[in-house]
Ligand binder design. Structure first.
Ligand code: ADP
Ligand code: MG
Length: 639
C-alpha cells in the first residue's frame, strides 16, 4: 500500500479552539499529559471490550495492554504510546480534525466575547479540549495509529496552526502513539521540562495514579560500575479502590488508601463506599477520620473530597461536593460523565452535582447516626473531635437540621460525667414540661454556678450546658427539636412556679409582692439605666440576690463579645436585672429605699448588686476599679 500524503485544513471551529488552547487559556500546562493518558486508557478499554466478542483480536492484539511514556532528549520529544484500539484514517479526520460536539460554535462565540481568562477557562470546561492540549507544550505533534484488526496505519502531523498532514504508513503496531515535539522550557509560561523523568513521574502520580492500565516508562539508571542500564518502571499504583465492589476490598486496603490520601497515621473511624447508577454515574469512597486535624477551625482549611473523572484526578478540595461543615470528611468521588476540564464554577452550578452532594451529605450523616446508635463509645469520640464542625451545619444547612439535631451531644445538669442527646433529654422531661432548657457560657463551671440555674436546680429541671462559641449561634437558628422549643434560662420570663407542687406561689402572693416593690423597681431602673433596660422581680432565683437576663431575642454577652472580636460594630446590648424578692439584701434595700430614698449610699449598693450579678454569670465588669472601690468603702463602713 503506497503512502498518500495529503494536507487538510482544520474545521474552522477547531482552528479557533486550537488558538484558544495554545494561547494560554490554561494556567496549568501539565494537564496535557493527563489528557493524553486518559485517551490512551479509553483506547485500551475499547480494545478489551471488543476482544471479549472477537476471538481474533483477543489472541493477536489484546495482550499486555499498557501505556508507555518515552523520552528522547536528543530529539526533544515525549511520546505517549498505547497498544489499544487505534484509529482508521477516517476516524482520525473525524475525531481529531473536527469538533463534532454540538453547540461548540455557540460556545466559542461566548469564549471569544469573554473578557478574562478565568471566564474563558470556565466556559471551555463545559467540553473537553482533550487531545488539543498537546499544543500547549508542543510546537509539532505527530500521531501514528493503526486500528486493531486492520492492516494499514496512518500518520497525522500538525503544528496546530491551520492545517494537518495525513498519510498512510506501513508497519505500525496496533494502537496509537502521540509524539510531542516539545517547546523550550519556559517557567514564565508554565512550560516545565517535560523531558525530565522526575517531572513526568510527578504529573502521573498526581493526575493518573489510579488509571487502570499500567503506565510504564523506560528509565535510565547508572549501575555500580557506572554503566547505563535500562529499567522499565510502572509509574501509577492503579489501585482505584472505589471502582471495586465493596465485598472485594479488605479493611486493611481501605485503611491504607485512606492514609495515603489523608496523610493521617491513624485508620479511619468510618468508611463509606457507594456507587450510583443511572443517568449520572459515580462512585464515592469517603472516610470519617478518627482524629480532627489541628487546623480544622482555621480559615484556610480545605475540604477533604477529591474529584476524579473516570479515574483521572481533577481537583482537590471539591467544595461543590461537600459542605463546609463536613470539611473533615476525606475521600474520592469519581463521576463518569463530566469533562476532564470541568471547572469549580461549572460544578457549583451543575444540577447533577448538587444532587450528588445532597446524597453524599445524607450518607455521611446517616453513617454518623448509625454509629451513634450502635457504638456509643466510638460516636462519643467522633463527636468530641468533630462535634463543633457538625454544629456549624445547624447554621449552614437548614435542610439537614433535623438529622443534625439528632446527632448533637451536650453536657447537661442531669449527669456531670455524661453528655446527653436531645432525644434523651426529651425522654427525661418532667410532666408538663414542653421546653428544652439550656444555658450558654464560657465554661461548665460558670454555667453551673450561674444564678440563672438556681430555681431550675431547686425544682429539678434539667438544663443543657452549652459552652462552645458556636452554641450561641445555632440555638438561635434552630426553632425546635421534635416539637420542643429550645429556651435559654437566661432569657425571657421564667415561671416555674405552676408546675411545682411544694411552695406554690399564688396569684395573690405575686400581686402583694409587686405592690411591695412598686417604688423600688422604677427607682432602680432609672439609677442603673446606663447598664440595664429594666429592673424586675425574678422567680428563677433561690439563693442569689440578683441575676441578669436578656429578652428572648437579645444578643447574649458571649455572642456580643464574638461579634466585637470579629470586628463587627454592634450597639451595646442592655439586658434586664432581676431581683430575688426573698433575699435579705433585697429586702433591706427595699426598706431603706422606703424610709430614706435620697441616701446616696443606695445608688452605690444598686451598682454593687448589678456588678455582682454580672460577675456571677462569668461576665466582665464595665469598670472593675470603681466596683472594687465601692465594695471596699462599703466593707469599711460596716466594720
Ligand atoms: P475526548 O477524549 O473527550 O473524546 P479528545 O480530544 O481527548 O476528546 O479525543 C478525541 C477523540 O479522539 C477521542 O474520543 C477518541 O475517539 C480519539 N482518540 C484520541 N486519542 C486516542 C487514542 N490514543 N487512541 C484511540 N483514539 C483516540
Ligand atoms: Mg480525551
Amino acid at each position: 500500500m503506497g503512502s498518500s500524503a495529503e494536507t487538510l485544513e482544520f474545521q474552522a471551529e477547531t482552528r479557533q479552539l486550537l488558538r484558544l488552547v495554545i494561547h494560554s487559556i490554561y494556567s496549568n500546562k501539565d494537564i496535557f499529559l493527563r489528557e493524553l493518558i486518559s485517551n490512551a486508557s479509553d483506547a485500551l478499554d475499547k480494545l478489551r471490550l471488543e476482544s471479549l466478542t472477537d476471538a481474533d483480536l483477543a489472541e493477536t492484539d489484546a495482550t499486555d495492554l499498557h501505556i508507555s511514556l518515552e523520552v528522547d532528549p536528543d530529539a526533544r520529544t515525549l511520546t505517549v504510546r498505547d497498544n489499544g484500539i487505534g484509529m482508521t484514517r477516517d476516524d482520525l479526520v473525524d475525531l481529531i480534525g473536527t469538533i463534532a460536539k454540538s453547540g461548540t460554535a455557540g460556545l466559542l462565540e461566548k469564549i471569544k466575547e469573554s473578557k478574562d481568562a478565568t471566564t474563558a477557562e470556565n466556559l471551555i470546561g463545559q467540553f473537553g479540549v482533550g487531545f488539543y492540549s498537546a499544543f500547549m507544550v508542543a510546537d509539532k505533534v505527530t500521531l501514528r495509529t493503526r486500528r486493531a484488526g486492520t492492516d494499514s496505519g496512518t500518520q497525522w502531523e500538525s503544528d496546530g496552526e491551520g492545517t494537518y498532514e495525513i498519510q498512510t504508513v506501513d508497519g505500525l503496531p496496533t494502537g496509537t502513539s502521540v509524539t510531542l515535539h516539545l517547546k523550550a522550557e519556559d517557567s514564565e509560561d508554565g512550560i516545565a521540562d517535560y523531558l525530565s523523568e522526575s517531572k513526568i513521574r510527578q504529573i502521573v502520580k498526581r493526575y493518573s495514579d489510579f488509571i487502570r492500565w499500567p503506565i510504564r516508562m523506560a528509565a535510565e539508571r547508572t549501575d555500580a560500575e557506572g554503566a547505563a542500564t535500562h529499567e522499565i518502571a510502572t509509574l501509577n499504583s492503579m489501585k482505584a479502590l472505589w471502582a471495586r465492589p465493596r465485598s472485594e476490598v479488605t479493611e486493611d486496603e481501605y485503611s491504607e488508601f485512606y492514609q495515603q490520601i489523608s496523610h493521617d497515621w491513624m485508620p479511619p473511624a468510618e468508611t463509606i463506599h457507594m456507587r450510583a447508577e443511572g443517568t449520572f454515574e459515580y462512585e464515592a469512597l469517603l472516610f470519617l477520620p478518627a482524629q480532627a486535624p489541628f487546623d480544622l477551625f482555621s480559615r484556610e482549611t480545605k475540604r477533604g473530597v477529591q474529584l476524579y473523572v473516570k479515574r483521572v484526578f481533577i481537583m482537590d478540595d471539591c467544595e461543590a461536593l461537600m459542605p463546609n461543615y463536613l470539611r473533615f470528611v476525606k475521600g474520592v468521588v469519581d463521576a463518569h460523565d463530566l469533562s476532564l476540564n470541568v471547572s469549580r464554577e461549572i460544578l457549583q452550578h451543575d444540577r447533577q452535582i448538587r444532587g450528588v452532594r445532597r446524597r453524599l451529605v445524607k450518607k455521611v450523616l446517616g453513617a454518623i447516626k448509625t454509629m451513634q446508635s450502635k457504638d456509643t463509645e466510638r460516636y462519643a469520640t467522633l463527636w468530641e473531635q468533630f462535634g463543633r464542625a457538625l454544629k456549624e451545619g445547624l447554621v449552614e444547612d437548614a435542610d439537614n437540621a433535623e438529622a443534625l439535631l439528632e446527632l448533637v451531644s451536650a453536657a447537661s445538669t442531669h449527669d456531670p460525667d455524661r453528655t446527653t442527646t436531645l432525644r434523651e433529654y426529651v425522654q427525661r422531661m418532667k410532666d408538663g414540661q414542653d421546653t428544652i432548657y439550656y444555658l450558654t457560657g464560657e465554661s461548665r463551671a460558670t454555667v453551673e454556678n450561674s444564678p440563672h440555674m438556681e430555681a431550675f436546680a431547686a425544682k429539678g429541671y434539667e438544663v443543657l450546658i452549652l459552652t462552645d462559641p458556636i452554641d450561641e449561634v445555632w440555638v438561635d437558628q434552630v426553632p425546635a427539636f421534635d416539637g420542643h422549643r429550645l429556651q435559654s434560662i437566661a432569657k425571657g420570663q421564667v415561671d416555674l412556679d405552676e408546675s411545682d407542687d411544694g411552695e406554690k406561689a399564688t396569684d395573690a402572693d405575686k400581686a402583694q409582692r409587686e405592690q411591695d416593690f412598686a417604688a423600688l423597681l422604677p427607682w432602680l431602673t432609672t439609677t442603673l439605666s446606663d447598664h440595664v433596660k429594666q429592673v424586675r422581680l425574678s422567680s428563677r432565683l433561690t439563693t442569689s440576690a440578683a441575676c441578669i437576663v436578656g429578652d428572648a431575642h437579645d444578643v447574649t454577652p458571649t455572642l456580643e463579645k464574638m461579634y466585637r472580636a470579629m470586628g463587627q460594630q454592634i450597639p451595646p446590648v442592655k439586658r434586664i436585672l432581676e431581683l430575688n424578692p426573698t433575699h435579705p439584701l433585697i429586702a433591706v434595700l427595699r426598706t431603706a429605699h422606703d424610709t430614706k430614698a435620697d441616701d446616696p449610699a443606695l445608688a452605690e449598693i444598686a451598682e454593687l448588686i448589678y456588678g455582682s450579678a454580672l460577675l456571677a454569670e462569668g461576665g466582665d465588669l464595665p469598670d472593675p476599679a470603681r466596683f472594687t472601690r465601692l465594695l471596699t468603702d462599703r466593707l469599711t463602713s460596716t466594720l
